[in-house]
Design a protein around this ligand. Structure first.
Ligand code: SAM
Length: 292
């Protein structure tokens, strides 16, 4: 087995060899601790039949651990300067494909079909670029890809919001937008010292596993997400107030909103942060005929 990329000494050597300078704007904080990488990969429960999708391989620190654990790895990297580096650091692995480009622009479904034919178990495993964590996750979740789940590093504050439960300060429309698709939990908190350069914020790894059965069925997903968003617009206001401000012509349609709240069994004086995902689903369905 090759020497790990993710040791401080080897990482420094690679950076020096290629004269590589970090771009803060691309969220480049590389992992320099193989133990963290082993833990991340263990969380994904890959087998030799699995596929792994990585966003942002950097110099390949996590990629090589994935290449050892999975059948096939596809990694999307936006920074062209890293392509020759990766070709070098990952030369020992013939099961890795690097896709050059912005993952937000990529046709991930087509890449999976092309690169992972016959692979049934696919996980996304990544140390995400923190400036685009949420857009990346929402894009992949909305795309309805054949992915079992996600083990991803991100800013701890975002991890807390994604995994939050009703009645907590961190709970909001992001918790609902994600937990509609997956179960979400924080797998580990990660100290700044495992990165080069060290980020300014705390980090955490979260694990998201796709639901077998969705927690709620709704008539209109985009209306459901919109109702959740508007319910948190002013966190200290009641659900009734927020819906009146957020729904089209909501002020004049107070009676219809009250009827929908009653049908869903929700006290109009409650705050959005106390509603479960199931309650938001029911509420959206009862509001739907009046507002869409
Ligand atoms: N996986 C490496 C590691 O853990 O050491 C690097 C992780 S670093 C936090 C994020 C990586 O994502 C960088 O290599 C960066 O160039 C890349 N990146 C940033 N924005 C991206 C995007 N929109 N699409 C694909 N890759 C991106």
């Amino acid at each position: 087995m090759n020497k790990d990329i993710a040791t401080p000494v080897r990482t420094q050597e690679i950076l020096k060899k290629y004269g590589f300078s970090f771009k803060k704007s691309l969220g480049q904080n590389f992992i320099i601790d193989p133990n963290i990488l082993r833990n991340i990969v263990a969380q994904a429960q890959l087998t030799s039949e699995s596929g792994a999708i990585e966003v942002g391989p950097g110099i390949g620190a996590l990629t090589e651990h994935l290449a050892r654990a999975a059948k096939k790895v596809v990694a999307f990297e936006i920074d062209q300067r890293l392509l020759p580096v990766l070709a070098d650091t990952l030369s020992a692995y013939d099961n890795v494909t690097i896709e050059h480009g912005d993952v937000l622009e990529a046709d991930v479904a087509t890449v999976i079909k092309r690169e992972m034919p016959g692979i049934e178990d696919i996980m996304v495993v990544a140390n995400l670029p923190y400036y685009v964590t949420t857009p990346i996750l929402l894009k992949l979740l909305h795309a309805d890809l054949p992915i079992r789940g996600y083990v991803v590093m991100m800013q701890k504050e975002v991890a807390d919001r994604i995994t939050a439960q009703p009645g907590t300060k961190a709970y909001g429309s992001l918790s609902i937008a994600i937990q509609y698709y997956v179960t979400a939990e924080v797998a580990m908190i990660v100290p700044k010292t495992v990165f080069m350069p060290q980020p300014n914020v705390e980090s955490a790894v979260i694990r998201l596993i796709k639901h077998d059965v969705p927690p709620v069925k709704v008539i209109d997903e985009s209306f459901f997400f919109a109702v959740a968003r508007m319910s948190f617009a002013q966190r200290r206001k009641t659900i009734l107030n927020n819906l009146q401000s957020g729904l089209p012509n909501g002020k004049a349609k107070k009676d219809q909103i009250l009827t929908a709240l009653e049908a869903a069994g929700i006290d109009p004086k409650r705050r959005g942060e106390t509603l479960s995902i199931q309650e938001f689903g029911q509420l959206a369905d009862y509001l739907h005929p009046y507002f869409v």
